[in-house]
Design a binder for this molecule. Structure first.
Ligand code: DLZ
Length: 151
């Protein structure tokens, strides 16, 4: 984990878990980094995983809900970048509230790998790419798997 006050997460176990990664497709370069970071983390843990793509971040919750029925954890990845209209707020709120609802309603942990940024530079800095300061795809996997291991 990264950022002020972030814990160092140690994953012990998880190789017997089945994890669904659901990823939006807007902002290709950032998404490539997030997906790659998530897949690398899952490979290190040894968890079986499948990748599903949806068009945009708005579609993440409905896919996450369907996938929660067949997996031990879901990792949702997306990036929303502020534009000149209120659309940003609506997509961010719908995706965030929706993913939270999926986790609470189904009891299946949902890793929150949704970047909500003012600029593409901010998103690239968090995408786990060469030169990025943070790897939010990996962090979302670690949070979802660590939580699944508690349940
Ligand atoms: C429409 C839209 C816009 C303007 N921006 C983004 C974005 O930055 N990131 C993202 O993941 N999706 C965006 N979308 C698409 C919506 O999430 C959604 O796919 C469409 O409104 C169709 O339902």
């Amino acid at each position: 984990m990264s950022g002020a006050g972030a814990p160092a997460i140690t994953i012990e176990g998880g190789a017997d878990l089945k994890v669904a990664v659901v990823a939006a497709q807007w902002h290709t370069q950032v998404m490539d980094g997030l997906v790659s970071g998530a897949e690398k983390a899952l490979a290190e843990i040894g968890a079986a995983h499948d990748l599903f793509r949806v068009p945009g971040s708005f579609e993440l919750p409905v896919a996450a809900k369907a996938l929660a029925a067949g997996y031990d954890a879901v990792v949702a990845l997306g990036v929303v970048i502020r534009g000149g209209t209120p659309h940003f707020e609506y997509v961010c709120a719908a995706a965030t509230d929706g993913l939270n609802r999926v986790a609470i309603d189904t009891g299946v942990p949902v890793g929150f790998g949704l970047l909500t940024c003012d600029t593409e530079e901010q998103a690239l800095d968090r995408a786990g790419l060469p030169g990025s300061r943070e790897d939010k795809g990996r962090e979302a996997v670690e949070a979802a798997v660590a939580t699944a291991l508690v349940l």
